[in-house]
Design a protein around this ligand. Structure first.
Ligand code: DC
Length: 215
């Protein structure tokens, strides 16, 4: 069984997807981490992130795999490094590159063939697993998402005004939603869940009830 959870940054979808996978005792796939790994490789190679050919070339040579929840890039554990603000910004730029997407989509489908999982990203229900048994689009209003992201950053010791977090999210949403190739949008028949006023626990319950057919 494949369950897809798509949606924008700060919607709570990663936490929800992880908890849902634990609850259903299936694997969890964080596809954003894969785009982030390519972004890190691009940053390390010091090439222009908007140069499609160069980025495509790098993306073909890197090796990406998961070891549990750890992301391994060319044999190195980069799980923490891919969460840096620089990687975050570059990942949303290289994500518009069709060749990068083709490579990662193929990898995601290979992982999906190995058994049931909850997979989260931007295009899981629309492009990667259009035949998934259950599809969700988890979202929240911009202010709620910015406040959550601000709290996460503060926990890491990074203080940023909510207005600047909001502006970064807005730019990333715009890039993710307007790219020509696999833009972020709810899949057909996806259940849309607005988490602005809900706790993580409440969201997980809504998803579980949908999947088990209780609502
Ligand atoms: O979910 P995240 O913040 O870790 O994702 C990082 C970037 O990767 C995000 O800006 C958009 C891109 N992404 C994507 O285009 N498609 C996916 N399936 C997952 C992430």
């Amino acid at each position: 069984m494949i369950i897809t959870i798509d949606g924008p940054a700060g919607s709570g979808k990663s936490t929800v997807a992880k908890l849902l996978a634990e609850r259903l005792k299936v694997r969890f796939l964080d596809t954003g981490a894969m785009y982030r790994a390519i972004a890190l490789a691009v940053l390390r190679a010091a090439i222009d992130e908007s140069n499609h050919e160069e980025v495509a070339r790098i993306s073909k040579t890197v090796q990406i795999r998961f070891d549990g929840q750890k992301l391994i890039l060319n044999g190195e554990d980069v799980t923490s490094e891919i969460r840096s603000p620089d990687v975050t910004a570059v990942s949303s730029i290289i994500a518009s590159n069709p060749q990068v997407r083709n490579r990662l989509v193929a990898l995601q489908r290979e992982i999906g063939e190995q058994g049931s999982m909850v997979t989260e990203g931007r295009d899981q229900g629309t492009v990667v697993f259009p035949d998934a048994e259950h599809k969700f689009f988890v979202t929240a209003n911009l202010e709620a998402r910015a406040r959550r992201r601000q709290r996460e950053l503060a926990q890491k010791g990074v203080q940023q005004p909510v207005s600047s977090v909001m502006e970064q999210l807005r730019q990333r949403d715009e890039r993710d939603e307007t790219r020509a190739y696999a833009p972020m949008k709810p899949a057909e028949h996806a259940t849309i869940v607005d988490t602005s006023e809900l706790s993580i626990g409440e969201v997980v319950e809504i998803l579980v009830r949908r999947i088990t057919g209780e609502s």
